[in-house]
Design a protein around this ligand. Structure first.
Ligand SMILES: Nc1nc2c(ncn2[C@@H]2O[C@H](COP(=O)(O)OP(=O)(O)O)[C@@H](O)[C@H]2O)c(=O)[nH]1
Ligand SMILES: [Mg+2]
Length: 296
Protein backbone atom coordinates (compact mmCIF):
# COMPACT_ATOMS: atom_id res chain seq x y z
CA UNK A 1 0.00 0.00 0.00
CA UNK A 2 0.93 3.67 -0.14
CA UNK A 3 2.06 5.16 3.13
CA UNK A 4 3.92 8.31 4.07
CA UNK A 5 4.26 11.61 5.89
CA UNK A 6 3.19 14.97 4.47
CA UNK A 7 4.37 18.13 6.28
CA UNK A 8 1.95 21.02 5.90
CA UNK A 9 3.91 24.26 5.88
CA UNK A 10 3.06 27.87 5.22
CA UNK A 11 2.61 31.24 6.82
CA UNK A 12 0.63 31.81 9.97
CA UNK A 13 -3.11 31.75 9.27
CA UNK A 14 -2.76 30.42 5.74
CA UNK A 15 -5.32 27.70 6.49
CA UNK A 16 -3.04 24.70 7.19
CA UNK A 17 -4.93 23.24 10.14
CA UNK A 18 -8.31 23.68 8.46
CA UNK A 19 -7.07 21.85 5.38
CA UNK A 20 -5.69 18.97 7.45
CA UNK A 21 -8.93 18.65 9.41
CA UNK A 22 -10.95 18.41 6.22
CA UNK A 23 -8.58 15.89 4.61
CA UNK A 24 -8.50 13.71 7.73
CA UNK A 25 -12.27 14.13 8.12
CA UNK A 26 -12.05 14.91 11.82
CA UNK A 27 -10.90 17.87 13.83
CA UNK A 28 -7.36 17.06 14.90
CA UNK A 29 -6.13 20.63 15.12
CA UNK A 30 -7.78 23.79 16.40
CA UNK A 31 -8.44 26.71 14.06
CA UNK A 32 -8.92 30.44 14.58
CA UNK A 33 -8.62 33.69 12.61
CA UNK A 34 -5.54 34.59 14.69
CA UNK A 35 -1.91 33.70 14.05
CA UNK A 36 -0.11 31.41 16.54
CA UNK A 37 -3.16 29.16 16.88
CA UNK A 38 -1.17 25.96 16.32
CA UNK A 39 1.77 25.69 18.73
CA UNK A 40 2.74 22.03 18.44
CA UNK A 41 3.50 19.51 15.76
CA UNK A 42 0.27 17.56 15.47
CA UNK A 43 -0.12 14.44 13.38
CA UNK A 44 -3.43 13.96 11.56
CA UNK A 45 -3.79 10.42 10.23
CA UNK A 46 -5.88 9.55 7.19
CA UNK A 47 -6.30 5.82 6.61
CA UNK A 48 -8.09 4.03 3.79
CA UNK A 49 -7.80 0.42 2.59
CA UNK A 50 -5.13 1.28 0.02
CA UNK A 51 -3.21 4.03 1.79
CA UNK A 52 -2.28 5.93 4.91
CA UNK A 53 -1.22 9.56 4.88
CA UNK A 54 0.13 11.11 8.06
CA UNK A 55 -0.27 14.87 7.85
CA UNK A 56 2.14 16.84 9.98
CA UNK A 57 0.52 20.08 11.11
CA UNK A 58 3.01 22.74 12.05
CA UNK A 59 2.92 26.11 13.81
CA UNK A 60 3.85 27.69 10.48
CA UNK A 61 6.39 30.30 9.56
CA UNK A 62 6.93 33.13 12.02
CA UNK A 63 9.20 35.88 13.06
CA UNK A 64 10.03 34.72 16.56
CA UNK A 65 9.34 37.28 19.29
CA UNK A 66 9.77 35.21 22.43
CA UNK A 67 10.98 31.80 23.52
CA UNK A 68 7.63 30.22 22.68
CA UNK A 69 7.41 31.50 19.08
CA UNK A 70 11.08 30.70 18.69
CA UNK A 71 10.36 27.10 19.65
CA UNK A 72 7.32 27.05 17.33
CA UNK A 73 9.47 28.14 14.40
CA UNK A 74 12.03 25.41 15.20
CA UNK A 75 9.18 22.90 15.31
CA UNK A 76 8.17 23.91 11.80
CA UNK A 77 11.75 23.64 10.53
CA UNK A 78 12.34 20.22 12.11
CA UNK A 79 8.99 18.89 10.90
CA UNK A 80 9.69 19.91 7.32
CA UNK A 81 12.86 17.86 7.16
CA UNK A 82 11.75 14.37 8.09
CA UNK A 83 8.85 13.74 5.71
CA UNK A 84 8.16 12.19 2.32
CA UNK A 85 6.41 15.22 0.94
CA UNK A 86 5.77 18.91 1.68
CA UNK A 87 2.45 20.59 1.06
CA UNK A 88 3.04 24.32 1.08
CA UNK A 89 -0.18 26.22 1.84
CA UNK A 90 -0.73 29.68 0.36
CA UNK A 91 -3.60 31.91 1.43
CA UNK A 92 -4.98 32.82 -2.01
CA UNK A 93 -7.38 35.33 -0.54
CA UNK A 94 -4.48 37.19 1.07
CA UNK A 95 -2.60 37.40 -2.24
CA UNK A 96 0.92 36.25 -3.01
CA UNK A 97 3.93 38.50 -2.75
CA UNK A 98 7.68 38.28 -3.26
CA UNK A 99 8.27 37.10 0.27
CA UNK A 100 5.94 34.16 -0.32
CA UNK A 101 7.99 33.10 -3.34
CA UNK A 102 11.18 33.41 -1.30
CA UNK A 103 9.71 31.12 1.35
CA UNK A 104 8.54 28.61 -1.24
CA UNK A 105 12.04 28.55 -2.76
CA UNK A 106 13.54 28.01 0.66
CA UNK A 107 11.42 24.94 1.41
CA UNK A 108 11.82 23.62 -2.10
CA UNK A 109 15.58 23.76 -1.59
CA UNK A 110 15.26 21.09 1.12
CA UNK A 111 15.03 18.66 -1.78
CA UNK A 112 11.83 17.00 -0.58
CA UNK A 113 9.09 16.70 -3.23
CA UNK A 114 6.61 19.52 -2.79
CA UNK A 115 3.32 20.89 -4.09
CA UNK A 116 1.31 24.02 -3.34
CA UNK A 117 -2.24 24.24 -1.99
CA UNK A 118 -3.65 27.63 -2.88
CA UNK A 119 -6.53 27.86 -0.45
CA UNK A 120 -9.55 29.98 0.56
CA UNK A 121 -10.72 30.29 -3.06
CA UNK A 122 -14.29 30.48 -1.71
CA UNK A 123 -13.75 34.03 -0.47
CA UNK A 124 -11.80 35.58 -3.31
CA UNK A 125 -12.78 37.04 -6.67
CA UNK A 126 -12.75 34.17 -9.19
CA UNK A 127 -10.75 36.20 -11.72
CA UNK A 128 -7.78 36.38 -9.33
CA UNK A 129 -7.24 32.63 -9.52
CA UNK A 130 -5.91 32.41 -13.11
CA UNK A 131 -3.85 35.57 -12.53
CA UNK A 132 -2.15 33.99 -9.53
CA UNK A 133 -1.70 30.67 -11.37
CA UNK A 134 0.13 32.66 -14.06
CA UNK A 135 2.32 34.21 -11.35
CA UNK A 136 3.27 30.74 -10.13
CA UNK A 137 4.04 29.66 -13.70
CA UNK A 138 6.12 32.79 -14.34
CA UNK A 139 8.13 32.23 -11.19
CA UNK A 140 9.41 29.03 -12.81
CA UNK A 141 9.00 27.02 -9.62
CA UNK A 142 8.03 23.87 -11.44
CA UNK A 143 5.58 22.82 -8.72
CA UNK A 144 2.01 21.57 -8.96
CA UNK A 145 -0.46 24.14 -7.62
CA UNK A 146 -3.92 23.10 -6.37
CA UNK A 147 -6.53 25.80 -5.91
CA UNK A 148 -8.76 24.58 -3.05
CA UNK A 149 -11.26 25.69 -0.49
CA UNK A 150 -10.93 23.79 2.78
CA UNK A 151 -14.04 25.44 4.12
CA UNK A 152 -16.23 24.42 1.18
CA UNK A 153 -14.36 21.20 0.46
CA UNK A 154 -13.62 22.35 -3.07
CA UNK A 155 -10.93 20.34 -4.93
CA UNK A 156 -9.93 18.69 -1.69
CA UNK A 157 -10.66 15.24 -3.06
CA UNK A 158 -8.41 15.90 -6.07
CA UNK A 159 -5.62 17.15 -3.83
CA UNK A 160 -5.95 14.08 -1.64
CA UNK A 161 -5.84 11.72 -4.62
CA UNK A 162 -2.74 13.52 -5.88
CA UNK A 163 -1.00 13.20 -2.51
CA UNK A 164 -1.80 9.48 -2.32
CA UNK A 165 -0.03 9.04 -5.68
CA UNK A 166 3.04 10.80 -4.31
CA UNK A 167 3.39 8.53 -1.27
CA UNK A 168 5.99 5.77 -1.28
CA UNK A 169 5.03 2.12 -1.04
CA UNK A 170 5.03 0.95 2.55
CA UNK A 171 3.09 -0.38 5.47
CA UNK A 172 0.85 1.78 7.63
CA UNK A 173 2.48 3.33 10.69
CA UNK A 174 -0.70 3.87 12.74
CA UNK A 175 -3.60 1.51 13.49
CA UNK A 176 -6.53 2.28 11.21
CA UNK A 177 -8.74 3.78 13.95
CA UNK A 178 -6.16 6.40 15.01
CA UNK A 179 -6.67 9.96 13.72
CA UNK A 180 -4.11 11.84 15.80
CA UNK A 181 -0.96 11.26 17.83
CA UNK A 182 -2.24 13.55 20.57
CA UNK A 183 -4.07 12.50 23.72
CA UNK A 184 -7.64 13.36 24.69
CA UNK A 185 -6.18 15.51 27.45
CA UNK A 186 -4.21 17.52 24.88
CA UNK A 187 -7.34 18.03 22.74
CA UNK A 188 -9.33 19.27 25.76
CA UNK A 189 -6.66 21.86 26.49
CA UNK A 190 -6.62 22.87 22.82
CA UNK A 191 -10.41 23.23 22.70
CA UNK A 192 -10.22 25.58 25.69
CA UNK A 193 -7.46 27.58 23.99
CA UNK A 194 -9.43 27.77 20.75
CA UNK A 195 -12.43 29.34 22.50
CA UNK A 196 -10.13 31.90 24.14
CA UNK A 197 -8.55 32.68 20.75
CA UNK A 198 -12.00 33.24 19.32
CA UNK A 199 -13.25 35.49 22.13
CA UNK A 200 -10.29 37.63 23.23
CA UNK A 201 -8.12 40.05 21.31
CA UNK A 202 -4.54 41.13 21.02
CA UNK A 203 -1.91 39.60 23.26
CA UNK A 204 -4.31 37.86 25.63
CA UNK A 205 -4.87 34.60 23.72
CA UNK A 206 -1.23 34.40 22.66
CA UNK A 207 -0.15 34.57 26.30
CA UNK A 208 -2.40 31.69 27.40
CA UNK A 209 -1.40 28.18 28.41
CA UNK A 210 -3.89 25.54 29.50
CA UNK A 211 -3.10 22.94 32.12
CA UNK A 212 -5.63 20.14 32.52
CA UNK A 213 -5.27 18.77 36.03
CA UNK A 214 -8.33 16.55 36.34
CA UNK A 215 -9.70 14.32 33.63
CA UNK A 216 -11.87 11.54 35.05
CA UNK A 217 -14.98 9.71 34.02
CA UNK A 218 -17.38 9.04 36.90
CA UNK A 219 -19.72 6.05 37.20
CA UNK A 220 -22.56 7.95 35.45
CA UNK A 221 -20.38 8.33 32.37
CA UNK A 222 -19.88 12.05 32.97
CA UNK A 223 -16.37 13.44 32.48
CA UNK A 224 -15.01 15.70 35.17
CA UNK A 225 -12.51 18.11 33.70
CA UNK A 226 -10.77 20.84 35.61
CA UNK A 227 -8.12 23.06 34.15
CA UNK A 228 -6.03 26.17 34.72
CA UNK A 229 -6.03 28.98 32.24
CA UNK A 230 -2.60 30.49 32.75
CA UNK A 231 -2.14 34.07 31.55
CA UNK A 232 0.81 36.44 31.60
CA UNK A 233 -0.48 39.45 33.49
CA UNK A 234 -2.88 40.38 36.28
CA UNK A 235 -4.78 42.73 33.95
CA UNK A 236 -5.21 39.86 31.48
CA UNK A 237 -6.70 37.81 34.29
CA UNK A 238 -9.24 40.52 35.03
CA UNK A 239 -10.26 40.65 31.35
CA UNK A 240 -10.46 36.87 31.08
CA UNK A 241 -12.77 36.69 34.09
CA UNK A 242 -14.84 39.72 33.12
CA UNK A 243 -17.49 41.54 35.11
CA UNK A 244 -18.95 39.13 37.63
CA UNK A 245 -17.25 36.28 35.84
CA UNK A 246 -19.31 36.78 32.70
CA UNK A 247 -16.47 36.33 30.19
CA UNK A 248 -14.99 33.21 31.72
CA UNK A 249 -18.46 31.67 32.06
CA UNK A 250 -19.15 32.26 28.40
CA UNK A 251 -15.88 30.81 27.04
CA UNK A 252 -16.09 27.88 29.44
CA UNK A 253 -19.57 27.11 28.23
CA UNK A 254 -18.45 27.11 24.56
CA UNK A 255 -15.48 24.95 25.46
CA UNK A 256 -17.63 22.49 27.40
CA UNK A 257 -19.99 22.08 24.44
CA UNK A 258 -17.09 21.27 22.13
CA UNK A 259 -15.54 18.92 24.69
CA UNK A 260 -18.84 17.06 24.88
CA UNK A 261 -18.90 16.73 21.10
CA UNK A 262 -15.32 15.50 21.12
CA UNK A 263 -15.76 12.99 23.97
CA UNK A 264 -19.35 12.13 23.03
CA UNK A 265 -20.42 12.36 26.64
CA UNK A 266 -21.46 14.93 29.22
CA UNK A 267 -18.67 17.07 30.63
CA UNK A 268 -18.53 18.83 33.96
CA UNK A 269 -15.95 21.58 33.44
CA UNK A 270 -14.27 23.71 36.09
CA UNK A 271 -11.85 26.46 35.07
CA UNK A 272 -9.42 28.56 37.10
CA UNK A 273 -7.52 31.60 35.85
CA UNK A 274 -3.94 31.98 37.07
CA UNK A 275 -1.14 34.44 36.38
CA UNK A 276 2.44 33.47 35.57
CA UNK A 277 4.33 36.56 34.51
CA UNK A 278 6.12 36.20 31.18
CA UNK A 279 5.88 32.43 31.07
CA UNK A 280 6.46 32.55 27.29
CA UNK A 281 10.05 33.55 27.99
CA UNK A 282 10.65 31.10 30.84
CA UNK A 283 11.79 27.69 29.56
CA UNK A 284 11.00 25.83 32.80
CA UNK A 285 7.38 27.04 32.74
CA UNK A 286 7.11 26.39 29.00
CA UNK A 287 8.17 22.84 29.67
CA UNK A 288 5.65 22.51 32.48
CA UNK A 289 2.92 23.61 30.05
CA UNK A 290 4.00 21.07 27.44
CA UNK A 291 6.02 23.29 25.11
CA UNK A 292 9.31 21.58 24.50
CA UNK A 293 11.58 21.26 21.52
CA UNK A 294 10.94 18.27 19.29
CA UNK A 295 13.46 15.54 19.56
CA UNK A 296 15.36 14.82 16.38
N1 LIG B 1 -13.11 31.19 3.77
C1 LIG B 1 -12.18 30.30 4.12
N2 LIG B 1 -11.54 30.45 5.30
C2 LIG B 1 -10.61 29.53 5.64
C3 LIG B 1 -10.27 28.44 4.77
N3 LIG B 1 -9.30 27.73 5.38
C4 LIG B 1 -9.06 28.34 6.56
N4 LIG B 1 -9.83 29.43 6.72
C5 LIG B 1 -9.85 30.36 7.88
O1 LIG B 1 -8.57 30.95 8.01
C6 LIG B 1 -8.24 31.14 9.40
C7 LIG B 1 -6.91 30.46 9.71
O2 LIG B 1 -7.07 29.05 9.55
P1 LIG B 1 -6.10 28.01 10.25
O3 LIG B 1 -6.44 26.67 9.69
O4 LIG B 1 -6.12 28.18 11.74
O5 LIG B 1 -4.69 28.50 9.67
P2 LIG B 1 -3.20 27.99 10.05
O6 LIG B 1 -2.65 29.01 10.99
O7 LIG B 1 -2.45 27.99 8.75
O8 LIG B 1 -3.32 26.63 10.64
C8 LIG B 1 -9.41 30.55 10.18
O9 LIG B 1 -10.27 31.61 10.55
C9 LIG B 1 -10.09 29.63 9.19
O10 LIG B 1 -11.47 29.45 9.45
C10 LIG B 1 -10.99 28.32 3.52
O11 LIG B 1 -10.78 27.42 2.71
N5 LIG B 1 -11.92 29.29 3.26
MG1 LIG C 1 -2.74 25.93 12.46
Amino acid sequence: MKSGYVAVIGRANAGKSTLINVMVGEKVSIVSPKPQTTRDRILGVLTEDEYQIVFVDTPGIYKARNALTDMMMRTTETSAKSVDYILYVVDGHDGIDEEEFTLIEKYKALGIPMAIAYTKIDIMPKENIPLDMAKFADAGLDLDVFPVSARKGKNVRELKAFLVEQMPEGERVFEDDIVSDKSERFMLAEIMREKILLKFDKEIPHGIAIVVHTFNRNENGVYEVSLDIVCERANHKAILIGKQGKAIKEVSSFARQDMEKFLQAKVFLTTYVKVKEDWRDRPSLMKEYGYEDLKG
